[in-house]
Design a protein around this ligand. Sequence first.
Ligand code: NAD
Length: 475
Amino acid sequence: MVSAPAPAPAATTTASPTIPELFARQQARSEALRREAVSSRAARLRKLDKWITANRDAICEALYTDFRKPAAETDITEVWSSQTELRHTLSHLEKWSAPRKVSTPMALVGSRGWVQTEPKGVCLIIAPWNYPFYLAVDPLISALAAGNAVILKPSEMTPAVAALLSRMCRELFDPAEVTVVEGDKDVATELLKLPFAHIFFTGSPQVGKIVMRAAAEHLTSVTLELGGKSPAVIDETANLRDAAEKIIWGKGVNAGQTCVAPDYVMVHENVRDELLTELRDATRRFYSPEGQPVIESDSYARIVNNHHYERLAGLLDDARSQGVTVAQGGATDAGQCFIEPTVLLDPPTDSRIMQEEIFGPLLPVLTFRNLMEAVDEVNTRPKPLALYVFTQDDENQRYLLQNIPAGGACVNETILHLAHPDLPFGGFGNSGLGRCHGHAGFMAFSNEKSVLKQHVGLTSIKALYPPYTPRVKSM
Ligand code: NAD
């Protein structure tokens, strides 16, 4: 770990390199990394895999310290997801790194063409707090697979995980290859002044714009994994018990602090009441199986800090003051940063809760009379990161997928598209730019060098060499 340069924070020691010094060391090393065999990149990934296995308890403990995330959720969404990405990458790395031949057009007969990948160089990863281990490690895997040096800045809002990531990188990597720089937005601002080869940012659309502006200064490429309001649309044919379970799970995991959590539900008016009953039942089965209050459940996380608790409590208060009905839940506890899974009926579409990304366990439910109405309502907002369609009708599925632009989608499921390593993951417009996971992640951190090889003394375009004849001029 290094500290930000002047003004010197208390933690700075004379031994710590400044951020520009660290960057310069990585730039020097990145030349050697460029020449490394793919087997050396794979060896680095295998070390990371072993470290995660050996430190599974420490990862769970850090997540519990930061926001009481249940160990079972950490196992699935931080440990398993990271190792799945790692192992998928390891088993495809040779193939992804190999030159890709392309066919030769008639006009260039005699030559050969191929595309070879090369590392971009020194890359910056800025991670958010909501899946603070996975969302730091996942892009790190892609960056290392592609042969880059990396500076990783975790979120300051999850300090236990940030400290763990620092320890992990110290134990595994030479800081000239991978290092963690801890700190808040001031540190991120310092980092963003440097001419990185690629910036991979996960966070809010507001900060995504700041990152893109800073990247423009150096014409640095960016991947922006952002957020937004991801809708779940439920038609009359949907299996409502199934839909309710999947929505409550998608909204309840991480206490709703998930970029692809279903933000709000649009349901056909004829099945709304049945859906509300199913949502209540699913919540009870998951978090109150013995009838105890949800706050006593060991399966339910807390809101990350007071700031976000107050933000969410404010959204709930605003909705109540506008006369919005709370169909289930509504309990809060400021001391524990606890907010119960809460369903709100028909908040006005111009209310704050329908305009801002909720990023917490509040679930507005709105009704529609026909699919066109649902599509129009969803499309009044910026393009979502995810779209969830619940239907058993193929024509309705086709209509909704075709008419609602979104980064990704699930049919009769929530969230799980991001767990599929062969499905490129990312946003569209306000919800992001670029793709990650699997091959898409590898490509985000690679430059594609297109090569044409010609025989010496041969060219297909001799007829085009000057001096031009009248026939060539008229072509
Ligand atoms: P955030 O944008 O506040 O912070 C993300 C990172 O940016 C942190 O490391 C933070 O220190 C840094 N940062 C904050 N202000 C900055 C500034 N002015 N300049 C430079 N860096 C700055 O986001 P968050 O609150 O950590 O995460 C929540 C958001 O992230 C939500 O919008 C969510 O939807 C989104 N998200 C998206 C994905 C995805 O994969 N698309 C995944 C998780 C979260």
